[in-house]
Design a protein around this ligand. Structure first.
Ligand code: FAD
Length: 329
């Protein structure tokens, strides 16, 4: 039997979407290898029986609930370690994101387990789960097989779609787990929880999007995109590629593409973006696409209405100045 254990983060009475994707994926894949998907939740009184049971809709048959601090990695590792010791899960699966990475890595160290990060697909092969991970700038796929008692799979953020599997159980069984947290797990405490900068930007509603990619060079490079969006006025916002979101240069809420948002603004201005297919699918319906790229052979020029071959560090400030001058005049 190959059961899958997931961790589900929650806040203000709602489960995190990335975690729900992990439960859906865990349930679907566990069924393919004759197992079940279980979830771990850690938190306070707001983790009610009724709320926890709703994870059954996404395919979790059991929810292990522990009282403890929410949103910190080490206590979750303690709980998962305990649950795996008692129930013998074969896989632990996470939806990605910084917390998922930290818990997955910590659990791998604790249980001497193999771990694969940035997984974009999981499939069953010969009764076992294997994880696929793009490598070499996404040009190749590496496949991980797991030896040993536990295999750990950490997805790319939002790589796992939220689904309500046909085999969903309805309400999951909720089981309380009492855990003696390790001394080191109690050393960190949550000071505040909040949304990332830019997370509240209405990308889908914006008429003009100034999108930045790796060509911006570093997180501070986004200032050029923000200045231009500001010069366009209230209806403009800044968007980003996955490469820069993964690098931590800009928040996920601004990501356009296959694993981000799909938009169709009046103007999509792409600065330092190569035009990978996974990005294209999220913005190709834009009314007008303008691309700035220093490489005349960049794929984005193949589907742009207007292409500027040049250094964005020169072109973006000039556009911003021109817009400001026009508004002032
Ligand atoms: C399963 C899966 C899902 C994915 N989902 C998404 C998604 O949702 N969204 C997404 O965007 N990607 C997604 N990707 C990643 C995608 O394949 C690309 O890796 C990514 O879009 C590349 O981002 P980029 O264009 O910023 O970077 P790069 O491909 O590195 O391109 C940077 C560009 O900047 C140009 N440049 C550099 N310096 C300058 C300069 N000074 N002036 C002008 N131009 C410059 C370069 O010529 C280059 O064309 C996904 C990949 C996979 C495998």
């Amino acid at each position: 039997m190959a059961d899958v254990l997931t961790y589900v983060l929650h806040r203000d009475g709602a489960f995190n979407k990335n975690s729900l994707g992990a439960v859906s994926e865990g349930a679907t894949r566990a069924a393919e290898v004759g197992g079940s998907c279980h979830a771990v939740v850690v938190g306070g009184d707001d983790l009610t029986d009724a709320l926890c049971a709703t994870l059954g809709e996404y395919g979790a048959t059991k929810v292990f609930r522990a009282a403890g601090p929410e949103g910190l990695a080490q206590p979750v590792i303690d709980v998962m370690d305990r649950v795996i010791s008692e129930h013998g899960h074969r896989y632990a699966l996470f939806g990605g994101g910084l917390l998922g990475f930290e818990i997955g890595a910590g659990l791998a160290a604790r249980r001497h387990a193999g771990v694969t990060m940035e997984v974009t697909a999981v499939r069953a092969q010969d009764g076992e789960l294997v994880a696929e991970r793009p490598i070499l700038q996404d040009s190749k796929i590496s496949v991980s097989h797991y030896r040993g008692e536990l295999g750990i799979i950490i997805g790319r953020i939002n790589a796992f779609e939220i689904r309500k599997p046909d085999a969903a159980v309805g309400a999951a069984e909720v089981i309380d787990v009492a855990v003696d947290y390790s001394p080191w797990s109690q050393r960190a405490r949550m000071v505040t929880r909040g949304e990332q900068r830019g997370a509240d930007v209405d990308i889908e509603g914006a008429e003009i999007l100034v999108a930045g990619g790796r060509g911006l060079g570093k997180a501070e490079g986004f200032q050029l995109a923000e200045d231009l969006a500001k010069a366009f006025g209230d209806k403009a916002a800044v968007a980003a590629t996955r490469a820069v979101v993964d690098a931590g240069w800009y928040p996920y809420a601004a990501q356009i593409g296959q694993t981000g948002k799909t938009v169709s603004p009046k103007l999509y201005l792409a600065a330092g973006i190569s035009g990978a297919i996974q990005h294209k699918v999220g913005m190709q319906a834009s009314e007008n696409i303008v691309a700035i790229n220093k490489d005349a052979n960049a794929p984005i020029f193949e589907f742009s209405d207007l292409g500027i071959v040049g250094d964005l560090n020169k072109v973006l400030p000039k556009l911003t100045d021109a817009l400001r001058a026009r508004k002032a005049g």
